[in-house]
Write a protein that binds this ligand. Structure first.
Ligand SMILES: [Zn+2]
Length: 450
């Protein structure tokens, strides 16, 4: 039986009351948190023989963070064509079609998982491909994942079957929770959206979809269906309490009212939205309508970083700007969105997202000796605006230490790097050729409103 004791820690529990222990302890037995409280009550527990003790003096302990939207395996393409207008259609889709292999998906998933674990993310909601290969990576590297095969109409039969197999083979796994993903309203036809939703309801799992993200998504939806994408999905009956929409940065107030009425959830991904010159999602309005909103990095191609700490500060800054209100998006709320609110957005709030007795032990320890971490008057402000991924010292997932003293211990990071370098060689060659073709085909100086 694994027993770990974290003592002398500043603990941000992120429970409903917002309990903070300035000096506290936390006990992990197997995969669960078995005790938590102020340091002085530790003695009442009696003998602590057999515990692995981590002294957390001058360290902040909080729940492992939840990244509510990503496409992890795309990390192999990170830093390509970042400034290209309409990069998705012109560059990304053709590049993936020409280069993607199962080994690339596997190695990319490993590397992205390593980066996230080392940066304090213990759960990721991913829209991927070759999802059973990815699930095995999660099992091996020891990360929690809500995973899915991305269904789109251009390869519906194949992706739908893979989704079905995944649901059948991976239900009730300790770390992997299967989910259904329909790529986006502009890439999936009505009958395929409805079939996917039916499958999601059959297995009672989360259904994910990009939504209200692209300008052309609205114009095409109005042209083909007479209504915007949110109304279209609502008319198909797929918006419900287990629907997670990614982005909604272009959602109108009536759109949000529909989302709220159906009790659907949202992931807010400000790093990707700002880099792609989309819009700032109306998250303050979402909160006014009691829509649960989690935070996401989006794919490593989209915001280029899987550092959720960077996203925390950006998430707050952009909302303050959008609403021209310095008091909007207070720091505690932002940390809640990365933890318990994220858990609510994916329906796992009874298991993860806060440090409470009986919950699964997904815990991170943040050091405060680094130069950027002094002084600390407000723990939440420090997490949101000062801390970064490199301050994460230890990451525990499901009661197991996977990062210790800033080193990944569940896998050899150098091996993962070597594999990434091999793919870099192949991808560079194809990308160069693709750049030439794109320059011949498109006027890249033309600004696009997409
Ligand atoms: Zn995405």
């Amino acid at each position: 039986m694994a027993k770990i004791l974290l003592s002398n820690a500043t603990i941000l529990t992120m429970d409903d009351k917002g309990t903070i222990y300035d000096k506290g302890y936390l006990v992990i037995e197997d995969e669960q948190i078995s005790e938590i409280g102020p340091q002085e009550s530790l003695e009442a527990l009696g003998g602590l023989e057999g515990y692995e003790v981590l002294d957390c003096t001058d360290k902040i302990v909080m729940p492992g963070m939840i990244n509510c939207h990503s496409h992890m395996s795309m990390i192999v393409y990170r830093s390509l064509a970042d400034d290209m207008p309409d990069r998705l259609n012109r560059f990304m889709i053709p590049l993936e079609d020409r280069t993607r292999t199962i080994e690339m998906v596997e190695d990319g998933t490993y590397y992205a998982a390593a980066e996230m674990l080392m940066g304090g993310i213990t759960t990721v909601v991913d829209q991927g491909g070759e999802v059973e290969v990815q699930a095995k990576v999660f099992e091996d590297i020891k990360m929690r994942g809500v995973l899915s095969e991305t269904i789109s109409s251009r390869n519906f039969a194949e992706t739908f079957q893979k989704s079905k197999d995944f649901l059948a083979n991976w239900s009730n796994h300790a770390l992997v929770t299967p989910s259904i993903t329909c790529h986006a309203p502009y890439s999936v036809e009505n009958e395929h959206i409805v079939a996917s939703h039916r499958l999601a309801r059959e297995y009672d799992v989360l259904m994910q979809m990009h939504l209200a993200e692209m300008v052309y998504e609205f114009s095409e939806s109005k042209k083909h269906y007479g209504v915007g994408p949110v109304q279209r999905l609502d008319s198909l009956g797929v918006l419900d309490e287990k629907f997670l929409g990614a982005h909604l940065c272009l959602a109108s107030k009536p759109d949000l009212e529909i989302v709220a009425k159906r009790q659907a959830k949202v992931s807010y991904n400000p790093g990707a939205n700002s880099k792609a010159a989309k819009d700032i999602a109306p998250v303050v309005d979402m909160h006014l309508l009691d829509i649960p909103v989690g935070l996401g990095t989006d794919g490593p191609m989209s915001s280029n970083s899987l550092n959720l700490f960077g996203i925390l500060g950006l998430a707050a800054r952009l909302q303050k700007l959008r609403y021209m209100d310095r008091s909007a998006f207070p720091c505690e709320l932002v940390v809640r969105m990365a933890t318990i609110e994220g858990a609510k957005a994916i329906g796992l709030e009874n298991k993860i997202g806060s440090l409470e007795r009986g919950k699964l032990a997904d815990v991170i320890i943040i050091e405060t000796e680094s130069v950027n971490m002094m002084p600390i008057y407000d723990y939440y402000a420090t997490i949101v605006y000062s801390a970064n991924a490199s301050n994460v010292e230890t990451t525990i997932v499901n009661g197991e230490i996977v990062v210790l003293n800033k080193h990944l211990i569940s896998k050899n990071l150098q091996d993962l790097r070597k594999n990434m370098l091999l793919h870099h060689k192949t991808i560079s060659k194809v990308a160069e050729q693709l750049y030439v073709e794109i320059e011949e085909k498109y006027d890249l100086s033309q600004k696009l409103n997409y």
